[in-house]
Every structure is written in structure tokens, then in C-alpha cells.
Write a protein that binds this ligand. Structure first.
Ligand code: EPZ
Length: 414
């Protein structure tokens, strides 16, 4: 499919109401966790996105059947294979999440080692250390991780860093392994809590005690019906976009409790935000105050919103600093934004952003969130901005341009 390009023009304000979709990063592990049962699972509020279609493909490669209509996925059938080819893994990094459920169910497998990534180094050593503690045995050869047939054992695993993916992978392995597995220093993102809820509905018993997960697993889990939580990163993207472009917008179906840190920073910048039933209402400041942020695991400021914050601060009255502590090199977008006239200077993992007057240029997106940030910058710039490599954006935002257009953004796709 030829890649599409977004054409963005200066937009003075956004207004109206949009509905936030189901969370991509919550849906992905839940869909993978259906490998833990032979019974039917009905997953609702699944966003229709490229990454989700890739996970459907992966489930089918492993033997499952998938029917998807109207944001509901019905997953049936049995896990038949533990062999994950490179072409599948290359398309979607999150495909490494199948290792946990596959090992718990069939005890062996051969998975391609994931390659590099545009947001920086993304090792999976923490995932593998966890499996090793659960008595998995594997060797890495020819770009593949080959796991010998072994039964996993419940145990205690202490993560050096609260990695989202490692927590999810080990959590799924533990849910399908009889006995109690303790995961210390686990990630606490809402997507982890959602996965715990799903696995509990399947029959695992899970207790969350601060940063520790106590997982009492079973080798036979059952099917269930489950609704995916709203996408906090999509909601955060629109909250920051409205603050940056200007205007007054209502977000339906958004959870402000998942966005406390972002809402706090937006309020400090002068945006007015109120929660009203299932709506979050936001009104932009006339000129934002400069607010520095530092990314951190949840409940800290999300790394996924860091490029959007950088674009927002281009409008602030004074310079702001953005410190990236989760993916320290997640700044590949800077040179593209400089083409618009953005004043940005990077020192190590700290980006200094100064008030800038932007004018249109052609940009190339380098990853999903940077793509969204570039489109927002395009709406703030005088003249026409085009953003290419848009496939990055379609991987993770459902109906992004339709939603922006319904709010009055001057944007089209060609
Ligand atoms: C998840 O990635 C999300 N992806 C990312 O969203 C998000 O940016 C990230 O969590 C942080 O919130 C999905 O949920 C599919 P990590 P993940 O393991 O699980 C290091 C998006 O745009 N690390 O918490 O890969 C790693 O290098 C995506 O939607 C190890 O050192 O993130 C990084 O510095 C992009 N060893 C840090 O931990 C490991 O074994 C955080 O990674 C694993 C991770």
C-alpha cells in the first residue's frame, strides 16, 4: 500500500466533542493472553488499528481463529504452534509478548529476536531473566530464541526496572503456571491493571500489593468477555493538541484518573480542565506558561506524550526542559521539527525547547507518537506542512484525522 501524507494548515482553534477509543497498549496483551485458553473470548472496545491487525495475524499463525467486527474481537480455537517467524516479529515488537503464554501452555517455542526500534534501544533481557527464573531453558542462535520443552515453575522474580512488556509477559506466564509467582518491582501502568483484571476473569487469582504482583496461576484458564479500557495516550494526545493549537474540546470516554500527571502539568501551563461525568473538558490557555516535564514509569509523565509536550512548549512564553528517563534517546523527531523553525537543543537526555514561530515544511514521521506531534506542529505552523511516513500513525491512533477534522482542524490526507 502506498504511504499516505497528511497535509496540515494553520488552525486557530479546535472545538467540539470526540470519543476516545479503546487502548491499543491494553488491547495488545489482552489479545495475546487469549492464547492461555482453548475457550472462546470476546474482547470489546478493541481499536481498529494496524498494530491490532498484526496481533490478529500473529494469533492466527499460532493456530487461533479471529473474527473482528464493530470493535469486538471473538477469539476461538487452540494454540497449535510455538513458532514465531521473523516477518511477524519485525512488524510488531509487542509480538514478543506471546512467549509467556506459549511457554505456559506448551512449554517450548522458537521466536525471532526483535530487531532495532526508532525510539531507542529496546532489549528484552528482563523478560528472559524472568522466564529463566521460572526454569525455562533457551539458547539464542541465528537470530532466534529457541526454548527447550520444559514446564514453567512458579517463583519470585524481582525486576531491575518496572518494564511494562516484561511485567506483562511474566504475568501471563505466571497466570498459566500452577502455584504463586511473585513479581516484585512490577510496572503499574493502567494497562497492567487491565491485564490483571482480564486474567482474573479467566480464573487466575491476582493480588496487587503496591509494586508487587502475587499471581496464583492455573494450567487451565477459561474464556471470558472483557472490555478494553479507554486509551489514555490518545486522550493525552488530544488534551495536549487542544492546549497547543487553542480552543475548547470535550473528550468522551476518557479516564482522567489515568492521566493525573498530564492533567496536572496542563493545569500548570494554564489550561482549564474539568471532569464532568464521562467527559473531560479542556480549554486552552491564551499563551501557555512554560512547564518542564520529566518522563517516568506510571504514575509519572508518560514517555509516549513527550514529543507532544515538546511541540506544545514551542508556544510557551519561556523555555522549557523535557527530560526523557524511560527511552533516553527518544528524540529522533527533533531534526524534523527544526525544519518548521522549532527552537530545540538536545543535551544527553534533556531537550530544551524555546518559543518558536513555525512555518510549514515537509516532515517525515519516525515513530507513532512523533507522527502525532508533527501533525499538531503542522496545525500550529503558518503555511502548509506535510507529514509523510504516516503508516507510523495508523499503527496506533484510530480515526485520528477524522477526529481532528471534526474539531475543525485544517487537515487532510492524500
Ligand atoms: C510499552 O513498551 C509501550 N508499548 C510503549 O508504547 C511505551 O512507550 C512503554 O511501554 C513505556 O511506557 C506497548 O505497550 C505495546 P518497557 P515496552 O519495557 O513494554 C527498558 C507506543 O508508542 N527495558 O517499559 O517495550 C527499555 O529499554 C509504545 O504506544 C530493558 O532494559 O516498554 C526502556 O528503556 C512505544 N529490558 C524501558 O525499559 C527489558 O527487558 C521501558 O521499556 C525491557 C525493557
Amino acid at each position: 500500500m502506498p504511504d499516505r501524507v497528511a497535509r496540515c494548515g494553520f488552525t486557530s482553534s479546535l472545538a467540539g466533542r470526540i470519543k476516545i477509543s479503546g487502548s491499543k497498549n491494553a488491547a495488545l496483551p489482552v489479545l495475546v493472553a487469549t492464547l492461555l485458553t482453548d475457550e472462546d473470548c470476546l474482547i470489546e472496545n478493541v481499536p481498529a488499528l494496524e498494530d491490532i491487525f498484526s496481533i490478529f495475524h500473529l494469533l492466527k499463525v499460532l493456530g487461533k481463529k479471529v473474527r473482528f467486527s464493530g470493535n469486538t474481537a471473538k477469539i476461538t480455537g487452540k494454540l497449535k504452534s510455538g513458532d514465531l517467524p521473523e516477518r511477524v516479529v519485525r512488524k510488531l515488537r509487542a509480538s514478543v509478548l506471546v512467549i509467556g503464554p506459549v511457554l505456559a501452555r506448551i512449554g517450548y517455542g522458537s521466536f525471532s529476536v526483535p530487531g532495532g526500534c526508532a525510539i531507542g534501544e529496546r532489549p528484552i533481557d528482563l523478560h528472559l531473566e524472568g522466564f529463566r527464573k521460572m526454569k525455562a531453558e533457551f539458547e539464542i542462535a541465528g537470530g532466534r530464541m529457541n526454548f527447550k520443552k520444559r514446564k514453567l515453575h512458579s517463583t519470585t522474580i524481582k525486576l531491575r526496572f518496572p518494564s511494562v512488556g516484561a511485567t506483562e509477559n511474566i504475568l501471563m506466564a505466571a497466570a498459566g503456571t500452577p502455584g504463586v509467582t511473585k513479581i516484585i518491582n512490577a510496572a503499574k501502568e493502567p494497562e497492567i491493571t487491565a491485564l490483571c483484571d482480564f486474567l482474573s476473569q479467566m480464573g487466575a487469582k491476582i493480588k496487587i500489593e503496591g509494586n508487587t504482583l502475587l499471581v496464583n496461576g492455573k494450567d487451565r484458564l477459561s474464556g471470558c468477555r472483557f472490555g478494553v479500557i479507554p486509551d489514555r495516550i490518545e486522550a493525552g494526545t488530544f488534551l495536549i493538541a487542544v492546549s497547543a493549537v487553542g480552543g475548547e474540546v470535550e473528550l468522551e470516554n476518557a479516564e482522567d484518573r489515568h492521566l493525573r500527571n498530564v492533567v496536572k502539568k496542563l493545569a500548570l501551563s494554564g489550561a482549564k480542565i474539568v471532569k464532568c461525568g464521562n467527559l473531560i473538558k479542556i480549554k486552552s490557555p491564551r499563551i501557555p506558561k512554560s512547564v518542564s516535564v520529566e518522563t517516568a514509569p506510571y504514575p509519572g509523565f508518560p514517555t509516549d506524550l513527550q514529543p507532544l509536550w515538546a511541540v506544545y512548549m514551542l508556544k510557551a512564553e519561556k523555555a522549557a526542559e523535557i527530560k526523557e528517563k524511560v527511552f533516553p534517546t527518544r528524540f529522533m523527531y527533533i531534526d524534523e521539527l527544526k525544519r518548521l523553525g522549532a527552537r530545540m537543543r538536545l543535551r544527553g537526555n534533556v531537550l530544551k525547547v524555546g518559543k518558536s514561530s513555525l512555518s510549514g515544511a515537509h516532515l517525515l514521521a519516525c515513530d507513532l507518537r512523533a507522527a502525532a506531534a508533527m501533525v499538531v506542529a503542522g496545525l500550529m505552523a503558518r503555511g502548509e506542512t506535510t507529514v509523510g511516513n504516516l503508516f507510523h500513525l495508523f499503527r496506533g491512533y484510530e480515526n485520528f484525522f477524522e477526529k481532528l477534522k471534526s474539531l475543525g482542524a485544517n487537515v487532510s490526507i492524500k
